[in-house]
Write a protein that binds this ligand. Sequence first.
Ligand SMILES: Cc1cc2nc3c(=O)[nH]c(=O)nc-3n(C[C@H](O)[C@H](O)[C@H](O)COP(=O)(O)OP(=O)(O)OC[C@H]3O[C@@H](n4cnc5c(N)ncnc54)[C@H](O)[C@@H]3O)c2cc1C
Length: 97
Amino acid sequence: MKESHDYDFIVIGSGFGGSVSACRLSEKGYKVAVLEMGKRWKPEDFPKTNWNLKRYFWAPLFRCFGFFRLSLFRHAWVLSGVGVGGQFPSLFFEIFR
Ligand SMILES: Cc1cc2nc3c(=O)[nH]c(=O)nc-3n(C[C@H](O)[C@H](O)[C@H](O)COP(=O)(O)OP(=O)(O)OC[C@H]3O[C@@H](n4cnc5c(N)ncnc54)[C@H](O)[C@@H]3O)c2cc1C
């Protein structure tokens, strides 16, 4: 069976920018799809400690499916959030642990 997808807009990433854009576009009546590479976090999924690297860092190559991605560039390292809600899950973890 052939699936068909028909959207007016496809938003990549469900972070602060993506989710607000998707919300506003759908409020205007557009058909919107949001693609997110990270997982959906429930409170019980969060690691109890930062040393639980597999649940803390996002590095699928090393079987790590956490919520922090570290991108290494020549002159800068960037720490960003991965998951439904963008960097919000990481803020949630930092605030409530
Ligand atoms: C620990 C921490 C504390 C912070 N505290 C504050 C604060 O107190 N106040 C404040 O104003 N800001 C704070 N920030 C910054 C704020 O969270 C960011 O500025 C904001 O989330 C950026 O929004 P964004 O939409 O650009 O990106 P993000 O929220 O990072 O969203 C990007 C999304 O895109 C997804 N994505 C990326 N690549 C792909 C792909 N190829 N395919 C599919 N999905 C993809 C990611 O998984 C993510 O969900 C904090 C950030 C961190 C990490």
